[in-house]
Design a binder for this molecule. Structure first.
Ligand SMILES: N[C@@H](CCC(=O)N[C@@H](CS)C(=O)NCC(=O)O)C(=O)O
Length: 208
Protein backbone atom coordinates (compact mmCIF):
# COMPACT_ATOMS: atom_id res chain seq x y z
CA UNK A 1 0.00 0.00 0.00
CA UNK A 2 1.50 3.34 -0.98
CA UNK A 3 -0.81 5.66 0.93
CA UNK A 4 -3.20 5.40 3.85
CA UNK A 5 -5.97 7.99 4.13
CA UNK A 6 -7.89 8.73 7.32
CA UNK A 7 -11.37 9.02 5.90
CA UNK A 8 -14.79 9.90 7.20
CA UNK A 9 -17.75 9.43 4.87
CA UNK A 10 -18.81 12.68 3.21
CA UNK A 11 -16.15 14.81 4.89
CA UNK A 12 -13.08 16.50 3.39
CA UNK A 13 -11.34 13.16 2.93
CA UNK A 14 -13.76 12.56 0.01
CA UNK A 15 -11.83 15.23 -1.93
CA UNK A 16 -8.55 13.42 -1.35
CA UNK A 17 -10.08 9.99 -1.97
CA UNK A 18 -11.19 11.23 -5.39
CA UNK A 19 -7.79 12.83 -6.12
CA UNK A 20 -5.92 9.63 -5.14
CA UNK A 21 -8.26 7.71 -7.44
CA UNK A 22 -7.63 10.09 -10.36
CA UNK A 23 -3.88 9.74 -9.74
CA UNK A 24 -4.28 5.94 -9.91
CA UNK A 25 -2.12 5.35 -6.85
CA UNK A 26 -2.70 2.59 -4.32
CA UNK A 27 -4.28 3.64 -1.07
CA UNK A 28 -6.22 2.24 1.81
CA UNK A 29 -8.75 3.94 4.04
CA UNK A 30 -8.35 4.26 7.79
CA UNK A 31 -10.83 5.15 10.50
CA UNK A 32 -9.97 7.62 13.27
CA UNK A 33 -8.44 4.78 15.30
CA UNK A 34 -5.90 4.06 12.57
CA UNK A 35 -4.65 0.48 12.33
CA UNK A 36 -1.97 -0.12 14.96
CA UNK A 37 -1.47 -3.71 13.73
CA UNK A 38 -0.12 -2.22 10.49
CA UNK A 39 1.72 0.60 12.23
CA UNK A 40 -0.92 3.28 11.45
CA UNK A 41 -1.49 5.41 14.56
CA UNK A 42 -4.80 6.98 15.61
CA UNK A 43 -5.70 10.10 13.61
CA UNK A 44 -4.89 12.50 16.45
CA UNK A 45 -1.33 11.16 16.71
CA UNK A 46 -0.77 11.71 13.00
CA UNK A 47 -2.57 15.07 12.96
CA UNK A 48 -3.17 16.66 16.37
CA UNK A 49 -5.89 18.86 14.78
CA UNK A 50 -7.81 15.64 14.18
CA UNK A 51 -8.91 16.75 10.73
CA UNK A 52 -9.89 14.92 7.58
CA UNK A 53 -8.16 14.51 5.24
CA UNK A 54 -4.94 13.27 6.81
CA UNK A 55 -2.74 11.19 4.54
CA UNK A 56 0.12 8.86 5.48
CA UNK A 57 2.73 8.39 2.76
CA UNK A 58 4.82 5.23 2.36
CA UNK A 59 7.92 6.85 3.88
CA UNK A 60 5.98 7.88 6.99
CA UNK A 61 5.45 11.51 5.91
CA UNK A 62 2.12 12.88 7.13
CA UNK A 63 0.25 15.20 4.78
CA UNK A 64 -2.78 17.29 5.63
CA UNK A 65 -4.54 20.03 3.60
CA UNK A 66 -6.47 19.04 0.50
CA UNK A 67 -4.62 21.55 -1.70
CA UNK A 68 -1.15 20.47 -0.55
CA UNK A 69 -2.10 16.84 -1.20
CA UNK A 70 -3.44 17.78 -4.65
CA UNK A 71 -0.11 19.34 -5.62
CA UNK A 72 1.77 16.32 -4.24
CA UNK A 73 -0.39 13.94 -6.29
CA UNK A 74 0.23 16.08 -9.35
CA UNK A 75 3.98 15.63 -8.75
CA UNK A 76 3.48 11.87 -8.56
CA UNK A 77 0.96 11.54 -11.40
CA UNK A 78 1.01 14.61 -13.68
CA UNK A 79 -0.97 12.77 -16.34
CA UNK A 80 -4.03 12.81 -14.07
CA UNK A 81 -4.32 16.54 -14.78
CA UNK A 82 -5.16 17.52 -11.20
CA UNK A 83 -3.11 20.73 -11.56
CA UNK A 84 -2.70 22.53 -14.90
CA UNK A 85 0.96 22.47 -15.95
CA UNK A 86 3.14 25.55 -15.37
CA UNK A 87 2.72 26.93 -18.87
CA UNK A 88 -0.97 26.13 -19.26
CA UNK A 89 -3.25 29.11 -19.89
CA UNK A 90 -5.60 27.93 -17.13
CA UNK A 91 -2.89 27.78 -14.45
CA UNK A 92 -3.52 31.25 -13.02
CA UNK A 93 -7.28 30.75 -12.77
CA UNK A 94 -6.59 27.38 -11.13
CA UNK A 95 -4.28 28.92 -8.52
CA UNK A 96 -6.72 31.73 -7.82
CA UNK A 97 -9.83 29.62 -7.39
CA UNK A 98 -8.07 26.85 -5.50
CA UNK A 99 -6.88 29.44 -3.01
CA UNK A 100 -10.38 30.95 -2.72
CA UNK A 101 -11.87 27.50 -2.13
CA UNK A 102 -9.37 26.33 0.49
CA UNK A 103 -8.59 29.72 2.01
CA UNK A 104 -12.04 31.34 2.09
CA UNK A 105 -14.74 28.69 1.60
CA UNK A 106 -13.26 25.70 3.41
CA UNK A 107 -12.70 27.62 6.68
CA UNK A 108 -16.41 28.47 6.73
CA UNK A 109 -17.00 24.77 7.41
CA UNK A 110 -14.02 24.38 9.73
CA UNK A 111 -15.40 27.20 11.92
CA UNK A 112 -19.17 26.81 11.55
CA UNK A 113 -19.09 23.05 12.19
CA UNK A 114 -17.76 23.72 15.72
CA UNK A 115 -18.87 27.24 16.74
CA UNK A 116 -18.43 26.33 20.42
CA UNK A 117 -14.67 26.31 19.88
CA UNK A 118 -14.75 30.03 19.18
CA UNK A 119 -17.62 31.55 21.16
CA UNK A 120 -19.37 30.13 24.21
CA UNK A 121 -22.79 31.85 24.31
CA UNK A 122 -25.45 29.98 22.35
CA UNK A 123 -26.75 33.20 20.83
CA UNK A 124 -23.24 34.12 19.66
CA UNK A 125 -22.77 30.64 18.21
CA UNK A 126 -25.99 30.96 16.23
CA UNK A 127 -25.00 34.39 14.94
CA UNK A 128 -21.58 33.09 13.95
CA UNK A 129 -23.03 30.09 12.10
CA UNK A 130 -25.70 32.19 10.34
CA UNK A 131 -23.24 34.88 9.23
CA UNK A 132 -20.72 32.32 8.07
CA UNK A 133 -23.41 30.56 6.01
CA UNK A 134 -24.27 33.88 4.38
CA UNK A 135 -20.62 34.67 3.68
CA UNK A 136 -20.14 31.23 2.11
CA UNK A 137 -23.03 31.86 -0.27
CA UNK A 138 -21.58 35.25 -1.21
CA UNK A 139 -18.25 33.67 -2.15
CA UNK A 140 -19.88 30.90 -4.19
CA UNK A 141 -21.96 33.47 -6.05
CA UNK A 142 -18.80 35.43 -6.90
CA UNK A 143 -17.21 32.27 -8.28
CA UNK A 144 -20.39 31.50 -10.23
CA UNK A 145 -20.23 34.94 -11.84
CA UNK A 146 -16.77 34.27 -13.23
CA UNK A 147 -17.19 30.65 -14.32
CA UNK A 148 -17.46 29.62 -17.96
CA UNK A 149 -17.54 25.86 -17.73
CA UNK A 150 -17.28 23.92 -20.95
CA UNK A 151 -17.69 21.50 -19.32
CA UNK A 152 -15.15 21.79 -16.47
CA UNK A 153 -14.49 24.48 -13.86
CA UNK A 154 -11.58 25.81 -15.94
CA UNK A 155 -13.33 25.39 -19.30
CA UNK A 156 -12.06 22.61 -21.51
CA UNK A 157 -9.47 21.38 -18.99
CA UNK A 158 -10.30 18.99 -16.12
CA UNK A 159 -8.56 19.78 -12.82
CA UNK A 160 -8.78 19.18 -9.10
CA UNK A 161 -11.24 22.10 -8.91
CA UNK A 162 -13.87 19.82 -10.43
CA UNK A 163 -13.40 17.46 -7.50
CA UNK A 164 -13.89 20.28 -4.99
CA UNK A 165 -17.06 21.30 -6.87
CA UNK A 166 -18.44 17.75 -6.79
CA UNK A 167 -17.84 17.42 -3.05
CA UNK A 168 -18.51 20.93 -1.76
CA UNK A 169 -21.82 21.38 -3.59
CA UNK A 170 -23.02 18.41 -1.51
CA UNK A 171 -22.23 20.37 1.64
CA UNK A 172 -24.22 23.37 2.90
CA UNK A 173 -26.07 25.17 1.41
CA UNK A 174 -26.39 21.93 -0.61
CA UNK A 175 -27.32 21.11 -4.16
CA UNK A 176 -30.86 22.46 -4.22
CA UNK A 177 -29.45 25.91 -3.43
CA UNK A 178 -26.62 25.51 -5.94
CA UNK A 179 -29.05 24.45 -8.66
CA UNK A 180 -31.11 27.59 -8.04
CA UNK A 181 -28.29 30.11 -7.52
CA UNK A 182 -25.13 28.64 -9.06
CA UNK A 183 -26.22 26.59 -12.10
CA UNK A 184 -22.76 26.75 -13.70
CA UNK A 185 -21.13 25.33 -10.57
CA UNK A 186 -23.82 22.67 -10.47
CA UNK A 187 -23.08 21.70 -14.06
CA UNK A 188 -19.39 21.32 -13.16
CA UNK A 189 -20.33 19.19 -10.15
CA UNK A 190 -22.59 16.98 -12.28
CA UNK A 191 -19.80 16.57 -14.81
CA UNK A 192 -17.46 15.39 -12.05
CA UNK A 193 -20.22 13.18 -10.58
CA UNK A 194 -20.20 11.28 -13.86
CA UNK A 195 -16.45 10.51 -14.05
CA UNK A 196 -16.65 6.69 -14.11
CA UNK A 197 -13.65 6.09 -11.80
CA UNK A 198 -15.15 8.45 -9.23
CA UNK A 199 -18.71 7.11 -9.20
CA UNK A 200 -17.87 4.53 -6.46
CA UNK A 201 -16.20 7.26 -4.38
CA UNK A 202 -19.32 9.46 -4.49
CA UNK A 203 -21.50 6.46 -3.72
CA UNK A 204 -19.40 5.43 -0.71
CA UNK A 205 -19.25 8.95 0.67
CA UNK A 206 -22.67 10.35 -0.18
CA UNK A 207 -24.80 7.31 -0.99
CA UNK A 208 -25.15 8.33 -4.65
N1 LIG B 1 -7.65 23.19 5.46
C1 LIG B 1 -8.07 21.81 5.58
C2 LIG B 1 -9.43 21.78 6.21
C3 LIG B 1 -9.83 20.38 6.67
C4 LIG B 1 -11.09 20.38 7.50
O1 LIG B 1 -11.51 21.42 8.05
N2 LIG B 1 -11.73 19.20 7.59
C5 LIG B 1 -12.92 19.07 8.38
C6 LIG B 1 -13.88 18.07 7.73
S1 LIG B 1 -14.57 18.59 6.23
C7 LIG B 1 -12.58 18.45 9.70
O2 LIG B 1 -11.83 17.50 9.75
N3 LIG B 1 -13.14 18.99 10.79
C8 LIG B 1 -12.96 18.42 12.09
C9 LIG B 1 -12.33 19.39 13.02
O3 LIG B 1 -11.90 20.50 12.59
O4 LIG B 1 -12.24 19.03 14.20
C10 LIG B 1 -8.02 21.14 4.19
O5 LIG B 1 -8.10 21.82 3.15
O6 LIG B 1 -7.84 19.92 4.14
Amino acid sequence: MTYALYARKGWGSAITEAALTCAEVDFELLGARGDPSKGFPPLKEANPLGQWPTLLCADGTVMTETAAILFHLDDVAPKAGLVPPKRARERRAFLRWLQVIVGAIYPTFTYADYPGRYVSAKVAQKELVDNIAQRRKTIWIQIEGELQPSPWFLGARFSGLDIYAAVMTRWGPRRKWFAAHCPKLMSVAKQADAIPALVPIWKRNFGR
